[in-house]
Design a protein around this ligand. Structure first.
Ligand code: GRF
Length: 201
């Protein structure tokens, strides 16, 4: 069975959508833990409510970025995690973690990559004047939002959109495609041709 470790920084609505998908039976994985980089993350409450182990591991408590990510890696490995899910983890993940979980770390980004990488993707889409945006689930490599794309959903940008209204519209689709991408991984339906992720029919 796929053992998932979730990393989150804040509200954790994507984390919740994964919990819900497990509870409903859609997703046959076990969520082993939540790790946050923020002791006040609301995601911690969600973990508690569902009996999921949570740990706040703060970068300031470590001498180097490498030490920090080595600690996170060790915790995940100790629990036997084989898929790391970044659910609003607002940090560029360190090398130690990426090397320990090659093509076994997923992220969700609130834009259609490779457009609007990095922070405030919804604001970037509005300012650029794109008429369609959306969300992307991708594997994590060492770049910023550059890893192989697993699933995307397109969402219209309306002329009266604010950052909030667009974010909310995109978030609904995030909650659909993230569990779907994890299910494809857990079912063994994903393979690679170079950087292209193939999905078995
Ligand atoms: C989402 O928009 C996600 O795409 C981005 O950060 C936001 C996290 O939201 N990476 P939540 O914490 O899952 O509610």
């Amino acid at each position: 069975m796929t053992k998932v470790g979730v990393l989150a920084s804040g509200h954790g609505s994507n984390f919740q959508s994964i919990i819900d998908a497990v509870k409903s039976g859609y997703l046959n994985v076990s969520i082993e833990c939540l790790i946050t980089n923020n002791a006040d993350a609301f995601a911690i409450e969600r973990a508690k409510a569902h009996g999921i182990t949570s740990m706040a591991i703060l970068e300031k408590d470590f001498r180097t970025k490498d030490d920090y990510y080595r600690k996170i890696t060790t915790e995940l490995q100790t629990l036997g995690v084989n898929l790391v899910v970044l659910a609003g983890f607002m940090k560029l993940v360190g090398k130690a973690l990426i090397e320990a979980f090659p093509m076994r770390i997923m992220n969700i980004h609130p834009a259609l990559l490779p457009s609007f990488k990095g922070l405030h993707a919804q604001r970037q889409a509005l300012q650029y004047g794109g008429k369609v945006s959306g969300c992307t689930v991708h594997f994590v490599d060492e770049g910023l939002d550059t890893g192989p794309i697993i699933i995307q959903a397109a969402v219209p940008v309306l002329s009266n959109d604010t950052e909030d209204t667009l974010s909310e519209r995109i978030l609904k689709y995030e909650h659909e495609i993230y569990p779907r991408a994890i299910k494809l991984f857990a079912d063994g339906a994903l393979s690679f041709e170079g950087r292209v992720v193939k999905i078995a029919e």
